[in-house]
Write a protein that binds this ligand. Structure first.
Ligand SMILES: Nc1ncnc2c1ncn2[C@@H]1O[C@H](COP(=O)(O)OP(=O)(O)O)[C@@H](O)[C@H]1O
Ligand SMILES: [Mg+2]
Length: 409
């Protein structure tokens, strides 16, 4: 086997095969480094449990210097690397595996580093959304005791054959992989390829099959949203896990020409899970419109009746008990705790609620699920309303989708 010289995302198989089968990688030999490639390597090279040893036969080579500049060594060592240069367009870092991990600040910090300007706000929100979902997946599903590696890079048109300026983000772990993670709920899954394909379906993970209406932990919409974002932005998604490598490439001139392709069919995939997403950054003119389109697609593919109205947006009853959602903002464990300790007990006592969404900008479907899936079912069972106040339109549509599937079946 000859070590690959390129880490181009358009042809990931040589690097993935090398990572799965070899024990040493010479970083200096790489001619075309990339952030997803370094992320894939870093998750396998962490000092506590290195599966792969990194060599630098020439520390002054372009790839060695690139890796150093973005913080590759400190990601492997688990030390924090503060990117010094203000004009940095790239960063890689390690996230710890904590059940209390709040993905939002990490995602915001990374996205702000590569998309700092105010005009890039819509694009930044999209990447924050993707990073939050991917970081959450590592902490919820990977069972990697070392946590994950998160990275982002901004690239100019012209470099690496790209026609437009774009951003690439990647999140990797060395955990159990998607097949193993999904098997608990879906013991009949035949192989990793089928698991990957279905992980992109809305509500597949343990929910909404065979008369079930879901679990409190997962909406099963994270990867579905990311795949749909890929299609809507003319982007690219790479999903490699134990036993399968999937690529979704969207052509922005014709969004109908999306196709999911399995690469290296008999190959090893990736020893853990890596997801890389990239999109041209002029493609996200309206973040909320993208989220709404995806929500509509999820609705048409999810079972549900829409006549329930236990989430209400009119003037709250003065006796409703008021709570701010901000205290739980984007931390799933805090949302679950708020739901279990405050919302459900009140509703169980038939106390109507008034939830204040002031300050909530990015409201992912999985966060909405953690916060309100159980309370909503209790509200419905006991005919006790939950008023929603100060919610942005995007927050409302996220809640509408949740209400639709939580109260279906
Ligand atoms: N990093 C990962 N490691 C292992 N399994 C994963 C990982 N990311 C996703 N999965 C699997 O893919 C499924 C779908 O993920 P997602 O669409 O985010 O939905 P959810 O997280 O709500 O279940 C997860 O339930 C899990 O089984
Ligand atoms: Mg998820």
């Amino acid at each position: 086997m000859v070590q690959p010289l390129s880490m181009h995302i358009g042809d990931p198989t040589p690097l993935l095969q090398w990572i799965a089968r070899q024990e040493v990688f010479d970083l200096s030999a790489v001619k075309v480094p990339s952030i997803w490639g370094l992320t894939a390597l870093a998750a396998q090279c962490r000092n506590e449990q290195p599966r792969l040893r990194i060599e630098r036969s020439d520390p002054s080579s372009a790839a060695s210097r690139f890796a150093h500049a973005v913080g590759f060594e400190s990601a492997c060592a688990g030390t924090f690397h503060r990117v010094a240069d203000q004009s940095r367009t790239c960063a890689i870092e390690r996230i710890k595996m904590l059940s209390s991990l709040d993905p939002q600040p990490v995602a915001e910090r990374i996205a702000r580093l590569i998309l700092p300007s105010e005009e890039e706000e819509e694009t930044r929100r999209t990447f924050v959304y993707v990073l939050v979902e991917l970081i959450r997946n590592v902490s919820q599903h990977s069972r990697d005791p070392l946590g994950g590696i998160v990275a982002a890079q901004r690239m100019d048109a012209g470099s690496g054959g790209y026609r437009k300026d774009h951003v690439q983000v990647a999140v990797a772990d060395a955990g159990i992989g998607i097949l193993e993670a999904l098997r608990g709920f879906h013991p009949t899954l035949a192989n990793a390829k089928e698991a990957c394909e279905k992980a992109l379906w809305p509500h597949y993970s343990g929910t909404f099959e065979e008369g079930l209406t879901g679990t409190a932990e997962n909406a099963g919409l994270g990867l579905f949203f990311i795949a749909e974002m890929t299609k809507l932005t003319g982007g690219r998604l790479l999903l490699a896990t134990r036993g399968a490598t999937l690529s979704l490439v969207s052509d922005d001139e014709s969004t109908e020409r999306n196709h999911i392709q399995f690469l290296d069919q008999a190959g090893p995939g990736y020893p853990g899970t890596i997801v890389a997403f990239e999109a041209p950054f002029d493609s996200v003119a309206d973040y909320y419109a993208i989220i709404e389109t995806i929500q509509q697609r999820a609705q048409t593919r999810a079972p549900g009746r829409t006549s329930h109205r236990w989430l209400r947006y009119d003037e709250p009853d003065p006796t409703a008990f008021g709570l701010s959602v901000r205290i739980a903002a984007e931390s799933t464990p805090k949302a679950v705790e708020l739901a279990a300790k405050a919302l459900v007990p009140k509703l169980a006592a038939k106390q109507a609620l008034k939830l204040d969404f002031t300050g909530i900008e990015i409201f992912t479907q999985s966060f909405a699920h953690a916060l309100l899936y159980e309370p909503l079912r209790v509200a419905w069972a006991l005919k006790t309303p939950i008023w929603i106040v100060n919610a942005k339109p995007s927050v409302r549509s996220t809640l509408a989708l949740l209400e639709r599937y939580a109260l279906s079946g």
